[in-house]
Design a protein around this ligand. Structure first.
Ligand code: DGL
Length: 257
């Protein structure tokens, strides 16, 4: 394999980053990809910053072992805690993600950011909010428990609506015009969240996430570093720290997303 066609490594705590992988694959179908889902350690979003740092370094090591040419941290939680240390440790491009608050701020009413408890409490995210002068326009909700439902495949409308009923009660009558999906897992239940917001808050509520921005950034960096692979067909491979039989689920989620 030529240097340029080495795989691009993606990782997340579990299945969430597959939504980002699929977006990147749509944009760059000739690249080779390897996806590492750290399902054994999911969810990251309820762990300490130090634990998330260590898990991210471990995930980077697994991907590095596959000879990847770049690493995509397909996880907002891991980015918040560990992007700096990942860039110090690995001498290849490390692409990260953060909640897509910036484009959502154009909305007329308030912006609701749904992310993991770790992301909304970490300083990197709060620095971002200050930099964007988000002020009171942004309401953050740490969605403990939602990643677990998605990891367990409990993604039917009834289950997600019940979850949102409980979690969003605190919003009262707020006028929510935009929702930011600040965790890559949530893209797998985006349709339910969209419908719920329409029915309960605002018919025109818009949904934002960082998938396309991250894929565009990856492409830009590969072009700049002369690392684009033009060979077809490409290969997409999945590995997990969890039960190896779940690889089939990874593949199905990738195919159907
Ligand atoms: N999918 C990850 C994110 O974007 C985190 C999920 C977790 O809590 O493990 O933040």
């Amino acid at each position: 394999m030529t240097d340029k066609c080495r795989p691009i490594g993606f990782f997340d705590s579990g299945v969430g980053g597959i939504s980002v992988l699929k977006t990147a694959h749509n944009l760059m179908p000739n690249e080779n990809y390897i996806y590492y889902g750290d399902s054994k350690n999911a969810p990251y979003g309820q762990k300490s910053e130090e634990e998330i740092k260590q898990l991210s370094l471990d995930a980077g090591k697994v991907l590095f072992g596959y000879g990847v040419k770049a690493i995509v941290m397909a996880c907002n939680t891991a980015t918040s805690a560990a992007v700096k240390i990942m860039r110090q440790k690995y001498n290849i491009p490390v692409i990260s993600m953060e909640p897509a608050v910036k484009p959502a701020l154009d909305a007329d009413g308030k912006v609701l950011v749904l992310a993991t408890p770790a992301t909304v409490s970490q300083s990197r995210y709060n620095v971002l909010l200050r930099r964007l002068h988000a002020g009171e326009k942004v309401i953050n909700i740490g969605c403990g428990g939602l990643v677990e439902l998605i990891e367990d495949g409990k993604t039917d409308a009834k289950t997600i609506n019940r979850y949102l009923d409980g979690k969003l009660k605190v919003l009262g009558n707020e006028d929510i015009s935009a929702v930011v999906l600040g965790c890559t897992h949530y893209s797998f239940v985006e349709q339910h969240i969209r419908q719920y917001m329409k029915e309960n808050y605002n018919e025109g509520c818009k949904i934002f996430d960082g998938r396309q921005g991250t894929a565009n950034q990856l492409k830009h960096i590969l072009q700049n570093k002369d690392l684009v692979c033009y060979n077809a067909p490409s290969k997409v491979e999945f590995v997990t720290s969890g039960d190896p039989s779940t690889i089939q689920t990874y593949q199905e989620l990738f195919d159907s997303f």
